[in-house]
Design a protein. Structure first.
Length: 338
């Protein structure tokens, strides 16, 4: 008789509903998707789903819940399941999209997506998701709010510039735009102060932030974003994995002698983390001799300044992980190459 090696509940998360598929892996490595159900994306729906899962699954075989990282819609479910001591894994949507192309699925529906997530979980060993620490969760909320404010301010500034360059600018419109810009500047300042207070109140977070701030170009805000978006490097196992998570890894398409695309960064990862490294890299290139030499060496090699700047971003991010793991400060007098 075949025994069950693994049980997976794959969940396609939408704003208002959860499309769920149950699957299992047998001892002969055969896979079976054997049940489907739709629940509301609410605490009542979560409880109903667990009752349904309990009836279907074998208590003697490992059980894992797998879902896509769909904006913020998956977060309540992930917190609920982990609070009930269930094993949860969260995967990036691009990974599921790539996997679904290998399945030759012609019609993509919520049901087929939940089945693909289940099969993906049955075939792979996935990292277990851990709830972020309360301080990192709060910092992430604040830094993302700040990012939205900065983006909105840029839009208003562009609108103001466009209005000013018109033949007959509307003075009342310009006044309102200027007031909005002042309000957004004030709100950004308030958020940065709130982040600073949070960091100062937690001794361990303050210590780690101080370590990361020894890296040229990285200040308190960037250090806070790095820690918040990686949950204190909780699931990071290597520098390469960190670069991939930030979307700073290299993607290259090459086949035989006829197909040879230009290497580019994947940009498939955490956009907040990737964006946070942009200005620190430019600052380090301008004011730090070692990073300036690294930038110059890369530009002389391929002649593309933006590509060299991205390499500096990746180097800074990898340094942050290295200092965190080794509990050490950046040494400005280090003689080796970056």
């Amino acid at each position: 008789m075949k025994s069950i090696l693994k049980q997976v509940i794959g969940i396609d998360v939408a704003q208002k509903e959860l499309v769920v598929a149950a699957g299992r892996l047998f001892s002969d490595l055969g896979k079976e998707i054997y049940s489907h159900r739709v629940f509301t994306n609410s605490e009542k729906g979560f409880a109903e789903m667990l009752v349904w899962v309990k009836k279907l699954t074998d208590v003697n075989a490992p059980l894992q819940f797998i879902m896509e990282a769909t904006g913020v819609y998956h977060e309540k479910l992930a917190y609920y399941l982990t609070s009930k001591n269930h094993k949860v894994s969260i995967i990036l949507p691009n990974k599921i999209s790539s996997y679904m192309r290998t399945l030759d699925i012609k019609t993509v529906t919520d049901k087929s997506c939940s089945e693909a997530i289940t099969r993906f979980g049955l075939e792979r060993s996935l990292e277990e998701w851990k709830q972020p620490s309360p301080i990192y969760r709060k910092i992430k909320q604040l830094t993302r709010e700040r990012e939205q404010i900065v983006e909105e301010r840029t839009v208003v500034k562009n609108q103001k510039h466009a209005e000013e360059t018109e033949a007959y600018p509307n003075k009342s419109s310009l006044k309102r735009m200027q007031e909005r810009i002042k309000m957004l500047i004030r709100q950004e300042k308030e958020i940065k102060e709130e982040i600073a207070v949070l960091i100062a109140k937690d001794e361990e977070t303050q210590r780690v932030v101080n370590l990361l701030c020894t890296i040229p170009g990285i200040g308190q805000l960037t250090a806070a974003i790095i820690l918040a978006e990686t949950n204190g490097f909780e699931l990071v196992r290597s520098r390469r994995q960190l670069a991939s998570y930030a979307g700073l890894d290299i993607r290259e398409k090459q086949s035989g002698t006829s197909v040879k695309g230009k290497p580019t960064i994947s940009k498939r990862g955490n956009k907040y983390l990737r964006k946070a490294m942009h200005l620190p890299a430019l600052c380090a290139i301008r004011y730090n001799e070692k990073f300036k030499m690294l930038f110059g060496r890369l530009v002389s090699k391929h002649g593309i300044k933006m590509k060299a700047a991205v390499a500096v971003q990746r180097k800074q991010l990898e340094l942050a992980y290295t200092l965190f793991k080794n509990n050490s400060r950046y040494k400005a007098d280090y003689k080796g190459e970056l």
